[in-house]
Design a protein around this ligand. Structure first.
Ligand code: KIV
Ligand code: ZN
Length: 505
């Protein structure tokens, strides 16, 4: 059976989404999970962007050995040289060169003519080819370019050594039939197309990214560029999980396969959501909280009698655990360890001991501990373990008539205990002001949201915030059964990320 190469660009186009900022450690963690998921290619970043981005790509190249690692570059010598510097230690490195191909971009943005652009594309690929074998080229905004010019450009870059030619619908403008015809046109009109793999890269501005990708695949494309949860520039990119599960679920229709271990999809989706701070909408296909929930009585009746009546995918196929076993305060180490293993976590003994202590503490406050509680608890543990500033104590008084007051005690990076108090317009404001007095890093709070992890009055509350400093946004998350504590943790988390980024810059 024919295979579709899955090219994941969560760490490059996904990270271009407004408000997503990942540090090096987080990028490496996502890349490792993408490797477990079985993606063929990881586009790890655009190394010329910054020293930190180059380092992230270089580290991923060293640590992730079972996927091709790709660095993005404009068709400019400095970009290509930086991309090579970043990926050169990968097991299978790739440089992805891109250059605008539509007249709209060529005239209004690049202010050049078609011949000059053609030469830049050819020279860019030739330069990358001087470094390595595996070179991809993208004519940006291809769906709004004249097809004949795209054919000419592809022929030139394949002659120069491109082994993959990627057709981007950069602004999400194409309709499925039109985009599919472009792929067919390329197959018919590019004389050397047998020397390259056709790839597609679709954006979701009109909600067509997955439909366009699948139509292109049906008509001959064999690499799909996509992101976890569909995150990306503006309305995002084609969602990896939707493309992969469409190909798998409708094998009868596509007669194709991918190398993805679909049981890793849910875990990867949660990790990306957690680290980028982008929640997954409840009705999102494949990974949304409601994707496998049946609410209507008729549907529930059908699913109880035979799941296939209303379920086209088994939740376990994407890694949503089958078990509904709930843990509680009487559950011991053994039960907790087994549950973690079923959920796909492998912790060191030290991490396990810490996680078990946190589990026991939670079980004192909350009667039933579900899988989502465990995920939230482990994410919180992981966040706090690596933090510079840590929350030690928090006390708040508030009410309808009083003056909201917060007293905060923190542990500093050099393990000192510091404390202060502040008044605020509400309890969260008071907490944030007290923390500001202690940490003293100017910033602006731009987003604050709280959601409960599960139903019930004793549920864990997860707080997501974004703060801004020098035009850069930093995400913070915190979880606790007390939402004021969760808010304090989220703020400290965001401040730690801000401080670490400034230190690395
Ligand atoms: O959307 C786009 O055109 C891109 C290219 C760099 C492939 O992201
Ligand atoms: Zn893109």
């Amino acid at each position: 059976m024919d295979k579709v190469i899955i090219f994941d660009t969560t760490l490059r186009d996904g990270e271009q989404a407004a408000g997503a900022t990942l540090n090096i450690q987080e990028k490496v963690e996502i890349a490792r999970q993408l490797e477990k998921l079985g993606v063929d290619v990881i586009e790890a970043g655009m190394p010329v962007n910054s020293r930190t981005e180059l380092e992230a790509v270089a580290q991923i190249s060293k640590e992730v050995r079972n996927a091709t690692i790709c660095g993005l570059a404009r068709a400019l010598p400095a970009d290509i040289d930086r991309a090579w510097e970043a990926v050169k230690e990968a097991e299978d490195p790739r440089i992805h060169v891109f250059l605008s191909a539509s007249d709209i971009h060529i005239m209004h943005q690049l202010k050049k003519n078609r011949n000059e652009i053609l030469e830049m594309a050819r020279a860019g690929v030739a330069r990358a080819k001087g470094y390595l074998q595996n070179v991809e080229f993208s004519p940006m905004d291809a769906s709004r370019a004249e097809p004949a010019y795209i054919y000419q450009m592809l022929e030139a870059v394949i002659d120069a050594g491109a082994t993959t030619v990627n057709i981007p619908d950069t602004v999400g403008y194409a309709m499925p039939d039109e985009f599919g015809s472009l792929i067919e046109g390329i197959l018919k009109n590019v004389s050397n197309i047998d020397k390259a793999i056709i790839s597609i890269h679709c954006h979701n501005d009109l909600g067509m990214a997955v439909a366009n990708s699948l139509e292109a695949i049906k008509r001959g494309a064999r690499q799909a560029e996509c992101t976890i949860n569909g995150i990306g520039e503006r309305a995002g990119n084609a969602s990896l999980e939707e493309i992969v599960m469409s190909i798998k679920t409708r094998r009868d229709f596509y007669n194709l396969e991918t190398g993805i271990d679909t049981t890793q999809i849910y875990k990867t989706s949660r990790l990306v959501s957690d680290l980028t701070g982008f929640p997954v909408q409840p009705n999102k296909a494949i990974v949304g909280g409601n994707a496998f929930r049946h609410e209507s009585g008729i549907h529930q009746d059908g699913v109880i009698k035979m799941p296939i009546t209303y379920e086209i995918i088994e939740p376990q196929a994407v890694g949503i655990p089958a078990s509904t076993l709930v843990l509680g305060k009487l559950s011991g180490r053994h039960a907790f360890r087994e549950r973690l293993a079923e959920l796909g976590y492998s912790l060191t003994e030290e991490e396990f001991t810490q996680a078990f202590a946190a589990f026991k503490e939670l079980a004192e406050k909350k009667k039933e501990i579900t899988d989502r509680d465990i995920e939230s608890l482990l994410a919180e543990e992981k966040r706090t373990v690596t933090e510079d500033y840590r929350l030690k104590r928090l006390q708040v008084t508030c009410g309808d008539k009083g003056m909201p007051t917060a007293a905060v005690r923190l542990i500093t990076p050099d393990e000192r205990t510091i404390e202060d108090a502040a008044l605020g317009t509400g309890p969260v404001d008071a907490v944030y002001k007290a923390i500001n007095r202690l940490v003293g890093v100017p910033n602006k709070l731009t987003e604050f949201s709280v959601k409960s992890v599960t139903e019930g009055i004793d549920a864990i509350g997860e707080v997501l915030i974004r703060i801004e400093s020098d035009g850069i946004s930093y995400t913070g998350r915190g979880a606790d059964t007390d939402i004021i504590v969760a808010s304090a943790r989220a703020y400290i988390n965001a401040l730690n990320r801000l401080i670490a980024a400034k230190r690395a810059a």
